[in-house]
Design a protein around this ligand. Structure first.
Ligand code: C2E
Ligand code: CA
Ligand code: CA
Length: 653
């Protein structure tokens, strides 16, 4: 009898204490609380270890365990109340009424200080700290859960205030009240389908083409109506529920995409926000892939957005996660770039696809000269790293003018559309999807207008006139030659707005005049030029990058002859940094690692600023704002050759 009473006692103690630290565990805490008289007041303190997860991840669990034991010791030593460990890195201490606020705050401060000086590995101590929440004078008539809720809320306040500090719960705090309601409702809300996917389109500002969308959550609350993310995302981030919401949103997006099969917007990539909490989930990428597979959505059409603030705190986790997501085929973007202290050197290590410039970054920086330079250079750097750049929060035409002049083409903002319900989104998609990047056809068949009438070249000099072209009945423009920059045609520079472009033209040099340009494009930091007869009768597509002293790139062509028509096409791909020259539909020269020139200043037909001007004929000039491949150029060439009346290659013409 005695023995079994003792045994029962031991069993009880074991069940109520934490094997690691010897402190009472959660159950022990509840037992203790239940045993208190119902008519007194208690104070409670919630202690959470900041960045503990990191210690475990970096140094292994046994080091993490020793740290927890050390902290338990510290808590016990400093508090002298009823100390317990209720979860991994969470401790709760109950104090009786005899303590006043001053004393409790002092205890908290002492604990924070002693974390710096504790007898433990300094490299580890420097990573961790404590966040402490205190709640004063609560009646034991309350449920312990209610008291824990309050000191937990205060602890989160401390975390919000930058960690390594304490906060005292203030009663009647409206924010905490709201948070409490949200926490009580959230699970049911997810099950009842109260969370909905809104989609905000991404649009190419230059072509107005619709090129993607971001999924943003909305909570359709049955009583309060529509709740926007700022009301609940911060709460979910603190209590971890965000993990569930993110996966729910991801699955909803996959479901939507699956329902779009056969529609014109079927393959549009959709991005989903993912909280930093996923970074620690080793199976995260697999989980997402399994969901995508279930709905048969290619991962290449799904983009994961991770906010920039994460990039500074959890560097290693982020690189690992990004690598895994990319291995599985997902697109990855850095969200809210420029909203914090962007770690620029991280950009070189993280294999993301896209940078999303935060709206506050644009707003705060676009008003003064230095700010504008920062934006321009950040964009230029991203593009050199072959990253897509999306500008968030674009609301006005002025912003579009400025940001496109910086070389960013994709926008997400109210100017184009707010986050839309599914049905509005489909209307938008159908309207905008048809837009594509412009191309311009200048036939030079008697005038200098582009075929769509939107652009017109201007003659500079004299002696230019129309002669026979490559097709019977159509003309070509004759350039009489002359000094540098004389007797040429200026095409409006806005004909080329993209870093990647293709120019196709037919030309016939009349005299063998070496190094003369038939087409010259001047960029802010260099130029490119087509020289039909550069050296020893060979044509040359030359690109100059004046950012580098030795930045000369020659894409050699084949031999051309005077008085013979030739179809010359050049194409530059900024993404692959490849420049190609085609003559009569065939590749004649190709060069890799050619740096990108941006911001076209002039496009001159028939001469440049170095050499005398071109003598000969030009017609059928076409400018495309995208790179074109061999098949396209072949087909284009054939389309001329097969036009009725084509006579450029006929002898004796
Ligand atoms: P975010 O990812 O930066 O999303 C863009 C936010 O900017 C959206 O706010 C959008 O409505 C707003 N916005 C877009 N264009 C403009 C504009 O031209 N002007 C202005 N003033 N605002 C613009 P929203 O929908 O309220 O979402 C706020 C944040 O909540 C999001 O910021 C995102 O970080 C977070 N969020 C929303 N849904 C989810 C979710 O399902 N999971 C996670 N983890 N976070 C989410
Ligand atoms: Ca986002
Ligand atoms: Ca953002």
């Amino acid at each position: 009898m005695v023995k079994s009473e003792k045994e029962a006692d031991i069993m009880k103690r074991l069940a109520e204490s934490d094997y690691l630290t010897g402190l009472p565990n959660r159950r022990g805490l509840y037992e203790y609380y239940e045993a208190l008289p119902r008519n007194q007041n208690v104070h409670a303190m919630f202690i959470d270890v900041d960045n503990f997860k990191r210690v475990n991840d970096l140094h292994g669990h046994s080091v993490g365990d020793t740290l927890l034991i050390q902290i338990a010791r510290l808590v016990k030593e400093h508090t002298q109340g009823f100390a317990s460990r209720i979860g991994g890195d969470e401790y709760v201490v109950l104090f009786d009424e005899s303590y006043n606020r001053e004393q409790l705050e002092q205890i908290a401060r002492k604990m924070l200080d002693s974390m710096q000086t504790a007898d433990f590995r300094k490299d580890i101590l420097s990573m961790v700290s404590l966040s402490i929440g205190i709640v004063m004078s609560q009646s034991t008539a309350l449920n312990l859960d209610d008291i824990l809720f309050m000191c937990d809320a205060a602890m989160y306040q401390a975390k919000n205030n930058g960690k390594n500090c304490y906060a005292v719960y203030e009663a009647f705090d409206k924010k905490i009240e709201i948070r409490r309601n949200i926490e009580m409702e959230m699970k049911g809300a997810l099950e009842r389908g109260e969370f909905q996917v809104y989609l905000q389109p991404k649009v190419n500002m230059v072509s107005s083409a619709f090129c993607g969308a971001e999924a943003l959550s909305r909570w359709l609350h049955p009583v309060e109506g529509l709740r926007t993310p700022d009301a609940y995302i911060p709460v979910f981030e603190k209590n971890g529920f965000i993990v569930k919401l993110d996966l729910y949103m991801f699955e909803e997006v996959c479901r939507l995409k699956a329902s779009w099969r056969g529609e014109c917007y079927e393959h549009i990539p959709i991005s989903v926000n993912m909280s930093r909490l996923h970074l620690y989930d080793m199976a995260f990428a697999e989980t997402l892939l399994a969901i995508a597979n279930k709905y048969e959505i290619p991962p290449q059409e799904l983009e994961i957005e991770i906010t920039e603030s994460v990039f500074i705190k959890d560097n290693n986790e982020l690189v690992n996660m990004t690598n895994k997501l990319r291995e599985k085929g997902f697109l990855v973007s850095i969200d809210d770039f420029g909203s914090g202290f962007s770690a620029l050197n991280l950009l070189k290590d993280i294999p993301v696809n896209t940078i999303k410039l935060d709206k506050s970054f644009l707003q705060s920086s676009s008003n003064d000269v230095r700010g504008r330079k920062v934006i321009k250079n950040v964009i230029a750097m991203c593009r050199d790293l072959k990253l897509d750049v999306v500008s968030e929060g674009i609301e006005t035409q002025e912003q579009i003018d400025f940001i496109t002049s910086c070389g960013c083409q994709i926008a997400q903002g109210f100017f184009y559309a707010k986050p839309l319900t599914l049905s509005d989104f489909i209307v938008f998609a159908e309207e905008y999807l048809a837009n594509t990047l412009e191309s311009y056809v200048f036939r030079l068949n008697g005038d200098l207008k582009s075929e769509d009438g939107s652009l017109e070249g201007i003659i500079s000099g004299e002696g230019l006139h129309y002669e026979a072209g490559i097709i019977a009945g159509r003309k070509s423009l004759y350039f009489p030659g002359g000094d540098t920059e004389q007797n040429t045609v200026h095409i409006p520079p806005k004909a080329i707005v993209n870093d990647s472009f293709t120019v196709s033209m037919w030309l016939k040099p009349k005299v063998n005049h070496q190094w003369v340009s038939a087409l010259y494009i001047k960029f802010e930091s260099g130029f490119c030029s087509i020289m039909p007869l550069a050296w020893e009768g060979n044509s040359d597509f030359r690109i100059r990058d004046s950012k580098e002293v030795n930045g000369w790139y020659d894409v050699s062509g084949c031999q051309l002859r005077e008085n013979e028509w030739v179809h010359y096409v050049i194409s530059y791909n900024a993404r692959t940094e490849r420049a190609v020259a085609f003559v009569n539909g065939e590749v004649v020269g190709l060069l890799d690692n050619v740096p990108t020139n941006r911001y076209v200043k002039w496009i001159i037909l028939g001469g440049d600023v170095f050499q005398p001007s071109f003598i000969g004929n030009i017609c059928e000039l076409v400018i495309y704002n995208e790179p074109k491949d061999y098949d396209f150029v072949q087909a284009l060439h054939q389309s001329y050759v097969q036009t009725e009346g084509f006579n450029a290659f006929k002898l004796g013409e």
